[in-house]
Design a protein around this ligand. Sequence first.
Ligand SMILES: Cc1cc2nc3c(=O)[nH]c(=O)nc-3n(C[C@H](O)[C@H](O)[C@H](O)COP(=O)(O)OP(=O)(O)OC[C@H]3O[C@@H](n4cnc5c(N)ncnc54)[C@H](O)[C@@H]3O)c2cc1C
Length: 461
Amino acid sequence: MFDPKQVAAFAQTFRGELIGPSDAGYEDARKLYNGMIDKRPGLIARCVDVADVIAAVHFGRDSGHLVAIRGGGHNGPGLGSCDDGLVIDLSRLKGVRVDPVARTVRVEPGCTQGDVEHAAAAFGLAVPAGIVSTTGVAGLTLGGGTGYLTRAYGLTIDNLIEADVVLADGRFVTASEKENSDLFWALRGGGGNFGVVTSFLFRAHPVASVYAGPIFWDLKDAKKVMQTYRDLIANASPELGLFVGLKTVPPTDPFPREHWGKKAAALIGAYNGSADNGIAAMKPFRDALPAPLFDWMSEMPFTSMQSLFDPFFPKGLQWYWKGDYVKELPDGAIDAHIASIAKAPSNLCLMHLYPIDAAVHRVGAADTAWATRDARWSMVIAAVDSDPKNAGELKKWGRAYWQAVHPFNLGGAYVNFMMDDENEGRIQASYGANYPRLAEIKRKYDPSNLFRVNQNIAPAA
Ligand SMILES: Cc1cc2nc3c(=O)[nH]c(=O)nc-3n(C[C@H](O)[C@H](O)[C@H](O)COP(=O)(O)OP(=O)(O)OC[C@H]3O[C@@H](n4cnc5c(N)ncnc54)[C@H](O)[C@@H]3O)c2cc1C
């Protein structure tokens, strides 16, 4: 419980909204994207400007309570919130400013990808980010950020030019290659460990129309689909952002009724360029593979592709996440994947392998905190369903799937594809040789580990 007198004093310094458990908007304000997570913060400080963020950091620290930072609220284990403590809620900080000449985009931390994509598309530009438009830019960026533009332009962090940060002691600093470069290094993959980011400046790229969409094959062809993808993707044009997935044909329009509910393998991607060039880039894949259940790749605006899957994943579904970085995909691993997806307890469960190659491999492992530049894929297993009663089954399946394939994979995983039931060794494995440096930088900028509601990096002893 927060001391009402301290809250009243805090309110004097705060312009946004303070929402406590007895306030009318509390139930709505505390809800996260993942319906499996049910956290009850002691106070939600919905900031409207940087001054509010500074005031909230001082209040949270001095109160001795847990402090969580909420960007888009999409995080799997709900690390944008906490029980009993203070949530610094940035969801009203929605400014986006595109500089079409310099080809940069300045983004406030409450923006979703959709907010940024909409603003940038007006100038024929895009910032590399993820594949679902409702995801928060802040948490995605601080973890790394993979999506359709990654092969051509790198991770989201590889396109970060600078960030404004409120530190644990309340100081406001800018981090870039030139200023506070150690902090800038750590922010690029180190998550919310180092402070509250109040502004991101990104490099943007010319993206307008893409040749994009999904192609689905019956599960009986899944081995061939995964082998073909494994063998061809490294040599495919970097303009082709293509991932392979195992999933179920959604039992709903517009999917062909005769395929509803079938387990399937899918290639899903976007080619940044003309339809002719996209068709040419996809030709080796199509030539090597049998007839699909359906092939819906076509020309569309990039923003349409980015929101294509939004309707299938509304807020409030149950999600259980497991991830791994993957360097090799031997036939034995492919068999384990196919056997596991066949046992999925719900139609929404999925496995995706996102490519980590091309532009990502051109950045050195020690150049940013995000270390695993030699991986070839980032794997996600997402156990998803609408029914809270299935939460136990989802966890059971997700863990069993991961245990079956993990022996083929690297030790660490993308921190944004993990729940909070991984051990500390897993976080260290995810940062590899960069972990000791991250721990040193954590000690410098947040020695008391105020910002610990995250995939935590403990300050060096
Ligand atoms: C449907 C769906 C699709 C996804 N697709 C992709 C994808 O294609 N590619 C990809 O890379 N990831 C993807 N993700 C994972 C996504 O990157 C994470 O869920 C990420 O945490 C979301 O960020 P957020 O701001 O919404 O999260 P939040 O829950 O708000 O925060 C997540 C973490 O980031 C920290 N944080 C948030 N904002 C700030 C800030 N301003 N300053 C400091 N720390 C902050 C918080 O402390 C917390 O630890 C997807 C997630 C979902 C649910």
